[in-house]
Design a protein around this ligand. Structure first.
Ligand code: ZN
Length: 136
């Protein structure tokens, strides 16, 4: 999936896009792996609430502040983005049940942009079976 981000840092809810992939593959039971192919993004599961999204970005800013004399900044000035990405991780796994993501009521899947805006590639791998129990 290609996702165009619009800010330097932001949380982009990709739950619906991931769900579309499961529908296309017609998988009823299995696992869905969402993986970002970048070193300055994160993939997380959390609540899609505007103030919380801001809290998450503020937390990252506090834990890994910008311009702290990181060595990588000599190359392209985004060491803080890489370090924040490490804290979040670049993939998640969600079970699939009855053709749907087994997410809790308040859980959404986010691509976290940490060095945008950019075009990002997120890979969705689906392992499972369709209704006829064929491997897909
Ligand atoms: Zn870099």
């Amino acid at each position: 999936m290609q996702i165009q981000t619009s800010k330097e840092t932001e949380l982009v809810d990709i739950t619906e896009k991931v769900m579309e992939q499961i529908k296309v593959k017609d998988v009823k039971e299995g696992f869905c792996i969402v993986f970002s192919k970048h070193t300055t993004t994160g993939i997380i599961i959390n609540e899609n609430e505007p103030r919380l999204k801001e809290d998450i970005l503020n937390m990252l800013d506090k834990i890994v502040p910008d311009e702290k004399g990181y060595l990588h900044d000599d190359i392209d000035s985004n060491a803080h983005s890489h370090l924040r990405s490490i804290l979040l991780g670049s993939s998640i796994v969600v079970p699939i049940e009855n053709g749907s993501l087994l997410l809790g009521t308040w859980q959404s899947i986010f691509l976290v942009e940490l060095d945008g805006p950019r075009s990002r590639t997120v890979n969705v791998s689906i392992i499972g079976q369709n209704q006829n129990c064929r491997e897909v």
